[in-house]
Design a protein around this ligand. Sequence first.
Ligand SMILES: CC(C)(COP(=O)(O)OP(=O)(O)OC[C@H]1O[C@@H](n2cnc3c(N)ncnc32)[C@H](O)[C@@H]1OP(=O)(O)O)[C@@H](O)C(=O)NCCC(=O)NCCS
Length: 143
Amino acid sequence: MQNCLKIAQLTDSNLLTEIHSECFEKGWNLAAIEDYMRQPNCYALLAGNLGFILFQIVVDECEIKTICVMPQERGKGYAKLLCAEAIDVISGLSAKKIFLEVAENNIAALNLYKKLGFEVYGKREKYYANGDAAILLHLIIAI
Ligand SMILES: CC(C)(COP(=O)(O)OP(=O)(O)OC[C@H]1O[C@@H](n2cnc3c(N)ncnc32)[C@H](O)[C@@H]1OP(=O)(O)O)[C@@H](O)C(=O)NCCC(=O)NCCS
């Protein structure tokens, strides 16, 4: 399974866009994905054509911007694999902390991150357009 992982390139932007729009009601468009992919501090890891994680390093911190796995491929461990590999890459890039936000009712994502050792450090009420709160999570990977 690990063999299906690769670091995405700008030329993978169409595939990333397709996956993202299958996974989110308001998926990012091609321009948004390409914008991330052109940034030198932004990385995406792809699991075949089934899912990806995209993250951005800022100085010694890393923000996970998104992770998504195609609906029919969920529950098979792809997100766990993507996160584990991303944490390895992020550690290698000398980041000390990984952080992200997730909607409070996104139980699958919350469970995923908690399983990986992420801890809740805050909450932003009415953060999303639909009024949902965001849970703020982080993982300290070096001191
Ligand atoms: C969140 C998401 C990426 C998980 O992907 P996945 O490949 O199905 O996850 P995995 O199979 O690797 O599961 C890893 C852990 O996540 C949790 N999890 C996954 N799906 C779950 C579900 N439906 N309900 C509860 N927990 C779930 C479990 O703790 C699981 O560990 P376990 O299998 O040992 O119990 C996927 O559901 C998704 O793409 N959702 C839509 C996009 C999204 O909301 N992304 C996150 C916000 S940016």
